[in-house]
Design a protein around this ligand. Structure first.
Ligand SMILES: Cc1ncc(C[n+]2csc(CCOP(=O)(O)OP(=O)(O)O)c2C)c(N)n1
Length: 942
């Protein structure tokens, strides 16, 4: 062996070891580790010392064979054979081959039940490597140098096992994970086969029985209710036993709740078999007997929703006790429910009796079932993934199951995504992906076992891509062959998942054909009996669903929102307290100091009123959660509920250190998302009805990024699902010359959505009003979402500040009269809402005899209070509605009929910006001119 050759060996074998070392130092033998750690690794790799070391390698793998060579580090063990160039080169190639299986094995895996050939990859082919890994060479390469956990003494023995592990009906993508511990753990778990262990005979029979139920129900419904939509699961039947296994393992890991989110596909099967809803209940829906439908025409009634959107809750008995399983109500908008499920799960996991909301992710598990087209297409998926490892949002690892039927409605994958797999997005979030062929239910169970073990070990999300097909059209009224004729022909000739599994079990001798037929018949008979029983009670009111379908109304009990002055002063002091060693930024310290003075001298501003509202609620045992972009400080540097030590950056949240705090205060800066973030808070608030949950927009108009959540959950959930919450949206709003995107919170959108007292919409003008509003929102026995526009310039406007007495007396007032008006002399009454009020009262063009009153609550509209206010003016010629927003925006078009009612015949006129396609001027000067015109028009009597 020439020196040159030895150097060649250095570059191959030693470099492979170095690669391994760099990725996972523990995986490399200690002698080599010591060598690599003796200096800079890169240098060591090319250091002539390595060449010299390698020169001392034994002539055979065991070393010390009497030829005088010294035992060298990591001498490969294995069958005796003279070390030669070919073998050493072969070791490097073998390592590359192992790595290729781990990285690209999925490309050669048999994942498609319809039999599409895997594309494969040259790196997986031993004869295409350099040197060629011929069978002879493979037989000479000892397995021990390859660091694999599959069985085999040599590469020749290892390779089939490696291929079986990585390229069969289950495949993995994990090499993109940035955490080497996770990679090593997953490789070990996968290659050892511990999660793919064969099922026992009993387990196999139970799995078969479950598939009979899944398949039996689908076929029964199709036969009996021809053409009714059921969004068949057929082709992905394994999903149900996978959920069984998930729930079982969640319970084993300590969960007492599983929260499920999914779209239409297979939902009826989930209701029956995962939630445990009796067949009768589902069959009743098909018979069209749901009470809520019957009352939809009633003005007091909700609209209800289609059967494959409704929420359900059940209790499952597992080996480790009972587990609550909740299927969250969702709209048609695919994947919109994902962040809602996360928020709900987070609420289940949070102990709101502790000061900062102690979070224990082991007690509940979120499971999201995704469609393959939706997973690749809907942006909310990415937004939701981005929440998964954040302090304020983590739920300890969500199990994502892509129910991949290789089609989206009629759209093929090559039209629906630019990536190879539907799951590819998840790679960017450091999430492992397991692909599994849905025709192999045992592999499907194995994928869940691995996924749940990973989640338990690393508290991280995991994705299972269950690849199957869709036996029928998008729904049962749909002809799939119009658009996918070849696929449909193939599917028609393809046995069902149950049939295939039956064949397998019969072949294995686990089951006889007779037993199998018995199972199938039993399921059929169960369904038939349930349907017959139901038919006997149809039309019998007593058997109907438990509620009458009417929307739960608001109660009329008044809420005390005032807080004793002494108590507020005390809380104010506590909020100004920081640990002795803590140094607040000196400029901020001065601002906070002013809050002390404001208590005695007046000048309580927005931020202080808000803080006092929160503190007073916390000591009364009301938990609070506030999130939004930069909300800890506040976009306009008005809040400062989280302080930062100027010396070490440590944070301190005085709100979490109140003397008598009886509930949690959670506050988090959110990621830059509206859709998922609002969805999350909606979910949290729906699951925590006792808590005040607030989401703040950076500027109000950005809330339209969450429009789907606003439309489909916040405003309509009560009518559709009888679901509501106290979710409060804080939306900065006000025309201050900052252009079209920072002026309007699009109040018109929320007001258009207001009906049947589903939400509350407020645009209030003083710190005290805000204080009372927040307290009312938390304490009102009737929970409803609140949309409140919050100010910008007003945050510091002296006129908008309040005194301690304003907080310790009174309540939130939906209308505010002009305190200085002469009720007899006033000829024009200007009504307005929000910040424009201050532009008007301070304006030099104001004529005498013009009074200015405010409508602080816009929905439900305070008709009685405003009518009374208007009537108190005895000489009115006209009533004006003045708004900053263009005429086609803002409140005008939603409240005009109410204003007319209140004006009771006095002429009503609009003053504001004209109809506009964009909310406001882009130029500050133009803004100033328009603002002035509006004020003059409103205030100048002709
Ligand atoms: C946001 C949204 N856009 C469009 C639709 C209409 N739609 C309903 S199902 C569907 C196809 C979904 O395909 P996939 O995610 O693969 O689920 P599958 O129905 O195949 O199970 C479409 C486009 C919708 N429901 N939601």
């Amino acid at each position: 062996m020439s020196t040159h050759d030895v150097d060649g060996l250095n570059a191959g074998y030693a470099r492979a070891l170095l690669d391994e070392y760099l990725e996972n130092p523990e995986a490399v033998p200690s002698e080599w580790r010591a060598l690599f750690e003796s200096g800079d690794s890169d240098l060591v790799a090319t250091h002539p010392g390595i060449a010299r070391l390698l020169e001392t390698l034994p002539a055979n793998g065991h070393g010390g064979n009497g030829n005088g060579h010294v035992q060298a580090p990591s001498a490969p063990s294995g069958p005796s054979a003279p070390i030669d160039d070919q073998l050493l080169g072969g070791v490097a190639a073998a390592m590359a081959l192992v790595k290729a299986h781990r990285t690209h094995g999925h490309l050669a895996a048999h994942l498609d039940p319809l039999g599409a050939d895997p594309v494969g990859d040259p790196s997986l082919e031993p004869l295409r490597l350099e040197p060629k890994l011929t069978p002879e060479l493979q037989a000479r390469i000892p397995a021990s140098v390859l660091r694999v956990a599959v069985p085999g003494e040599t590469l020749a023995e290892v390779l089939p096992n490696l291929a079986q592990t990585y390229c069969s009906t289950i495949a993995y993508e994990l090499e993109h994970l940035s955490d080497h511990q996770q990679r090593v753990w997953l490789r070990q778990a996968i290659e050892s086969g511990r999660y793919r262990g064969a099922l026992s005979v009993e387990e196999k029979k139970a799995l078969f029985r479950r598939l009979c139920e899944v398949d039996g129900m689908e076929r029964f419904l199709r036969r009996r209710f021809l053409g009714q939509k059921q969004f068949s699961l057929e082709g992905l039947d394994a999903m149900i036993p996978m959920l069984d296994e998930t729930i079982e393992l969640a319970s084993e890991a300590g969960a007492h709740d599983v929260v499920l989110g999914m779209a239409h596909r297979g939902r009826l099967n989930v209701l029956a078999h995962t939630i445990g809803m009796p067949y009768e209940y589902i069959l009743r829906e098909f018979e069209g007997e749901r009470t809520i439908d019957a009352v939809a025409a009633d003005p007091e009634g909700g609209t209800g929703d289609v059967k494959y959107h409704l929420a359900a809750h059940g209790t499952r008995t597992t080996a480790n006790g009972k587990v609550g399983v909740r299927l969250v109500a969702n709209p048609s908008h695919l994947e919109a429910v994902d962040p809602v499920v996360e928020g709900r799960t987070r609420a289940e996991q949070t102990d709101r009796s502790t000061a900062n909301g102690a979070h224990d992710s082991s007690v509940a598990l979120a499971v999201l079932l995704h469609g393959d087209a939706a997973f690749a297409g809907q942006g909310v998926i990415a937004e939701t993934f981005n929440l998964h490892d954040l302090d304020g949002y983590s739920t300890g690892g969500t199990v994502h199951l892509i129910t991949n039927n290789q089609i989206g409605f009629t759209t093929d994958p090559n039209q629906g995504r630019s990536t190879r797999y539907s799951s590819d997005l998840a790679k960017g979030f450091d999430v492992p992906i397991i692909h599994v062929n849905a025709d192999d239910p045992e592999a499907a169970i194995a994928s869940v076992r691995l996924a749940m073990a990973y989640r338990r070990r690393f508290v991280q999300d995991v994705v299972i891509d269950l690849v199957g097909y869709r036996r029928f059209g998008h729904n049962e009224q749909d002809e799939a062959a119009y658009t996918q004729p070849l696929m449909v022909a193939q599917i028609n000739a393809h046995p069902s998942v149950r049939e295939l599994y039956e064949n397998k079990l019969v072949e294995e001798g686990v089951l006889t054909r007779e037993e199998a037929a018995e199972f199938v018949a039993e399921v059929e008979s169960m369904l038939r009996t349930a349907h017959d029983r139901l038919k006997a009670t149809l039309g019998d009111g007593a058997a109907k669903v438990e509620h009458d379908g009417a929307i739960p109304r608001a109660t009329t009990a008044t809420v005390v929102t005032a807080v004793a002055a002494g108590k507020l002063a005390e809380l104010n002091e506590q909020l100004l307290r920081t640990p002795e060693t803590f140094t607040v930024h000196p400029k901020l310290a001065k601002q906070l100091e002013r809050r002390r003075v404001a208590i005695t001298e007046g000048g309580i501003d927005w931020g202080q009123a808000e803080a006092l509202a929160y503190a007073s609620l916390l000591v009364d045992g009301i938990p609070i959660r506030l999130t939004g972009q930069d909300s800890e400080r506040g976009t306009f540097a008005q809040r400062h509920l989280v302080l930062h030590d100027v010396h070490d950056g440590e944070t301190f949240t005085p709100m979490q250190h109140l003397d008598e705090s009886a509930a949690s205060f959670e506050i988090f800066n959110s990621p830059l998302s509206e859709y998922a973030c609002v969805g999350f808070e909606y979910g949290y608030s729906a699951a925590a009805p006792e808590a005040l949950v607030l989401w703040e927009a950076q500027y109000g108009d950005f809330a339209n990024g969450a429009q789907i959540i606003i439309d489909q959950f916040i405003s309509s959930a009560l009518s559709k699902w009888r679901e509501t919450s106290r979710l409060t949206l804080l939306l900065p709003h006000g025309y201050e010359g900052n252009g079209p995107e920072h002026s309007s919170a699009r109040l018109e959108r929320f007001l258009q959505l207001g009906a049947q007292e589903n939400i509350r919409v407020v645009n209030c003008t003083t710190a005290a009003q805000y204080f009372h509003l927040l307290r009312r929102q938390a304490l009102d026995a009737t929970a409803r979402p609140l949309v409140v526009t919050t100010p910008k310039g007003l945050l510091r406007l002296k006129n908008a500040t309040s005194t301690l007495a304003d907080l310790s007396d009174g309540e939130f007032r939906p209308v505010l009269d002009d305190p200085a008006a002469d009720k007899t002399a006033t000829r024009r009454l200007v009504l307005c809402a929000g910040k424009v009020y201050y532009d008007l009262i301070g304006h030099d063009g104001r004529s005498e005899d013009v009074a200015i009153a405010r409508v602080e609550q816009l929905y439900p509209f305070p008709t009685d209070a405003l009518a009374e206010l208007v009537a108190s003016y005895r000489s009115l010629n006209e009533v004006l509605w003045v708004q900053e927003e263009p005429q086609n925006m803002g409140p005008w078009r939603s409240i005009r009929h109410r204003l007319e009612e209140c004006a009771a015949g006095t002429p009503l006129r609009f003053v504001g910006r004209p109809w506009r396609a964009s909310p406001s001027e882009g130029y500050p000067t133009a803004h100033g001119i328009e603002q002035d015109r509006i004020a003059r028009d409103a205030l100048t009597l002709a």
